[in-house]
Design a protein around this ligand. Structure first.
Ligand code: NAP
Length: 268
């Protein structure tokens, strides 16, 4: 089967795990690739395999997105390479430690990668996408972006940022040819969990998804035009009604007077 050329996808965190599976699937869908992560050897091996299997052009860009100078290099590529039609903001790390056991410097590094890098890369990509009236942004959030009490609080909050930012991007870019999708994986079998401090092998396997299934489901959601895709949520209507309630509530916040329950009682 011949696949039509889809432009170039830049994928962060492409050396392993979810990002590496995106690389595989997007190359097979006809994208040339720019693979970003710190580990050059892993990127080179993946690029070699994928270009051999698919004939696509696969470039690698070794960068630590937690370092400003490296991040700037990736931003420049996104600004200057007009062949880029897709950005997959996937690089990230998490933790399971509660506040009292967590190192605040590590938490700051997490915010730098999960929030700041994702934001700067999006800002670098969007003007070109809008000018060309064509582009897709996939932001990897997490179910803990909603279920904040499940893991480390800063990790959950960083992923809530990704979801909230994605809602706003949809709102601002929907009529400008740019499709934005937030993906909220649940526990997925990758090295993420070793780095987070709780290997997935120790979990109830009934809640752990294979990484291939997770990415294939997320891409099926993208094909269906979804703005938010939650691969593990069995009944999609649950999300539809949650989102409808959020929008209904959003319209009720602004008022010139405090709610009656907060009105100060003036003593007679
Ligand atoms: P993973 O297997 O640990 O992969 C993380 C990727 O990010 C690797 O390619 C890593 O490559 C790269 N990376 C880490 N720090 C980086 C940095 N400073 N600069 C550039 N690249 C960096 O984890 P994963 O499960 O695939 O996670 C991918 C995304 O999914 C993350 O945003 C994560 O929060 C999210 N997520 C994962 C799960 C899960 O259960 N696995 C669930 C929900 C959401 P290098 O080490 O080569 O840099």
């Amino acid at each position: 089967m011949t696949v039509s050329h889809q432009g170039t996808a830049l994928i962060t965190g492409a050396s392993t795990g979810i990002g590496a599976v995106y690389a595989d699937r997007l190359a097979k869908r006809g994208y040339d690739l720019i693979l970003v992560a710190r580990n050059q050897d892993k990127l080179t091996a993946l690029a070699k395999r994928l270009s051999g299997e698919t004939g696509r052009s696969v470039r690698t860009l070794a960068a630590d997105l937690g370092q400003k100078a490296d991040l700037a290099k990736v931003e420049a590529v996104l600004r200057d390479d007009a062949s880029i039609t897709m950005l997959v903001n996937n690089a990230g790390f998490g933790a399971v430690a509660p506040l009292l056991n967590a190192d605040v410097d590590k938490m700051e590094d997490m915010i730098t990668l999960n929030v700041t890098a994702l934001t700067r890369l999006t800002y670098a990509a969007v003007p070109g996408f809008v000018a060309r009236n064509k582009g897709t942004i996939i932001n990897i959030s997490s179910i803990v972006g909603i279920a904040a009490e499940m893991l480390n609080g800063v990790y959950g909050a960083s992923k809530a940022y990704v979801l909230s930012f994605s809602h706003s991007l949809v709102h601002e870019l929907v009529d400008k040819g740019v499709h934005v999708q937030a993906v909220l994986p649940g526990a997925t079998a990758t090295e993420f969990w070793d780095i987070a401090g709780f290997p997935h092998q120790n979990m109830d396997q009934a809640i752990v998804m294979h990484v291939n299934d997770m990415v294939d489901a997320a891409l099926a959601g993208l094909d269906q035009g979804e703005r938010v895709t939650i691969p593990g949520l069995q009944n999609g209507d649950d999300w539809t009604s949650f989102e409808a309630d959020r929008r209904t509530l959003s319209a009720k916040f602004g008022h010139s007077k405090p709610a009656p329950r907060y009105r100060v009682k003036v003593p007679a």
